[in-house]
Design a protein around this ligand. Structure first.
Ligand code: GLY
Ligand code: MN
Ligand code: MN
Length: 435
């Protein structure tokens, strides 16, 4: 876990951007998987970012008075309950949570419907993320209505609801030192898992057997879970962008595309590697692979402070399109193929996304209608690909080749740091590791 002082700083940073008012940040509810079994619990990223508290059924509240020195942090959380803890494990309870997480006041979640409306009364502005969760939205409107009902006794109802995400997304976009350390570790664990996959994969194995190696490596090294459902896609399956069945046999002569990364203390890694099931690229596989690798290298070179968000995508696209033309997959000039979007038959996604507590992390991609500029502390993926489905106008030897190469990168003061560099990606490195 990130030191408590960092959470305190984040709360101060939030307060410094608020006007007088109340911020309400609930955590995620538990979700039923089937009958009386829940999905493994995952906290809300905003809530966790401000508190470090990972229990369900909790709300964080931040009140800002007339000036910044009048701030108060409040946590509503589950009570201690020995009977419940015998079955389901430890709970902090309000008293210990207040101490451990350095929160000013803590109350039982069972009192939230009674206490929160009183806290809202007299404030004109509420910071809340409407539309994120229907059940919390309903409770939120209930709290506001309770205040309205008191208006005859002179209490004013908050008039303005400001989306808390506007402040928090911008904070989360710039990672602090401890966050970067966690992201480096998540990237390292995930890179090791990709190495292991290259070492164990052989023809006749099932995709799910390779997936199992990832789950093993993630848990073995302390990651909570995969950051998203792993994709292990052999042969034609690599051309299905969100293939997650992972149920087929891996065949000699095919490539396998693996998109898998772990979540560590809430922080995601997101890596894709593509390699030959039998350990040796065929000539045409190598051509497509080298093209994607060159596109990725061109894209990574543009990740530096001052460059715009669009530059990695544009750089990758130009290399890919030139390659598509050289290989006879597209006709015309680079500009005309980009203009007509004919390349989208083989490359239909963008080249990356912000990365952090969420695998597709928060943060605006544009500011004032312009692509935003990279700045140190931002974290993103760089993930060009090429997916060639069978089609009449595509030479048959290309059919069913799907390649993506994805790395995690942070912007530094002078350029960038590739967090996932220890997962091999040159043809030689991969063939060497698989031998
Ligand atoms: N693994 C999700 C993505 O690459 O965006
Ligand atoms: Mn990604
Ligand atoms: Mn990915």
């Amino acid at each position: 876990m990130v030191p408590i002082e960092s959470y305190i700083k984040r709360r101060q940073q939030l307060a410094s951007q608020m006007q007088k008012g109340v911020a309400i940040i609930p955590t995620s509810p538990e979700r039923v998987r089937n009958r009386d079994c829940n999905h493994p619990y995952r906290f809300d990223s905003y809530f966790y970012y401000l508190t470090g508290f990972d229990e369900p059924d909790a709300v964080f509240v931040m009140i800002l008075g007339d000036d910044i020195n009048e701030t108060k942090s409040i946590l509503f959380c589950q009570d201690k309950d020995m009977e419940h803890e015998i079955w389901n494990g430890f709970r902090y309870g309000p008293e210990s949570a207040k101490e451990f997480f350095s929160i000013d006041e803590a109350y039982s979640i069972s009192s939230v419907d009674e206490v929160l409306p009183k806290l809202l009364a007299g404030h004109s502005r509420i910071y809340y993320s409407l539309g994120q969760d229907d059940a919390w939205d309903l409770r939120f409107t209930g709290w506001l209505n309770q205040v309205r009902e008191k208006s005859r006794s002179g209490l004013s109802t908050p008039a303005e609801i400001y989306d808390s995400r506007i402040l928090l997304d911008e904070m989360r976009l710039f990672k602090g030192t401890e966050e970067l350390q966690l992201m480096r570790r998540a990237a390292k664990i995930s890179s090791r898992a990709h190495c292991r996959a290259m070492q164990v994969t052989h023809p006749g194995m099932k995709e799910y057997e390779v997936e199992a190696e990832f789950l093993y490596e993630f848990r073995k090294h302390g990651a909570e879970a995969p950051a998203y459902t792993p994709i292990v896609a052999g042969g034609a399956n690599a051309c299905v962008l969100h293939y997650v069945k992972n149920s087929m046999e891996l065949k000699s002569g095919d490539l396998v595309l693996i998109d898998a990364g772990c979540e560590l203390n809430g922080y995601a890694a997101d890596i894709t590697r593509t390699f030959p099931v039998n350990g040796k690229f065929s000539s045409v596989q190598k051509d497509v692979y080298q093209l994607v690798l060159s596109a990725q290298s061109a894209a990574i070179n543009t990740v530096q402070p001052g460059n715009s968000w669009d530059m990695p995508h544009t750089a990758a696209l130009e290399v890919l399109v030139q390659g598509f033309i050289d290989m006879g997959l597209c006709q015309g000039s680079v500009d005309s193929v980009i203009e007509s979007e004919d390349y989208r038959r083989f490359y239909m996604h963008r080249t990356g996304h912000w990365l952090g507590l969420d695998v597709h992390d928060v943060g605006e991609y544009k500011q004032d209608e312009k692509w935003r500029l990279f700045d140190s502390g931002m974290a993103l993926t760089v993930e060009p690909g090429c997916y060639i489905r069978p089609a009449e106008n595509v030479p048959e030897h290309f059919w069913n080749i799907g390649v993506r190469i994805e790395d995690d990168v942070i912007v530094t003061n002078t350029g960038c740091e590739v967090l996932t560099a220890s997962a091999p990606k040159s043809v030689n490195e991969i063939e060497e590791l698989m031998r």
